[in-house]
Design a protein around this ligand. Structure first.
Ligand SMILES: [Zn+2]
Length: 96
């Protein structure tokens, strides 16, 4: 039987190197609430539905809010989506 328990590695959320420490007991499927902790800030991070096509990850403490497509359902997909967002934002900074 395949192991369903995974220890998910921390996920970088922004170009400022903000880190989501994923709850260790989670498997790869994202929960709606309390998906992890905002490292250094210490706030709990929730995933909420904000429209028919988007969700947002939101920190309860510092109010960090990142909009992502509603189709994202796993930590792997979230990691990939945020990586692409960070690349695009970093590129904009370089272009000016
Ligand atoms: Zn925070």
């Amino acid at each position: 039987m395949k192991e369903t328990y995974l220890k998910i590695k921390p996920i970088q959320m922004t170009k400022y190197n903000e880190i989501l420490k994923v709850n260790e007991e989670n498997n790869d499927i994202l929960l709606n609430f309390n998906i992890g902790i905002h490292k250094y800030c210490g706030g709990i991070i929730d995933l909420i539905n904000i429209s028919d096509i988007n969700k947002a990850i939101v920190c309860r403490h510092c109010k960090l809010r990142i909009v992502i497509p509603a189709s994202i359902e796993t930590h792997s997909e979230l990691r990939e989506e945020l990586k692409q967002k960070i690349w695009i934002e970093a590129g904009k900074d370089i272009v000016g």
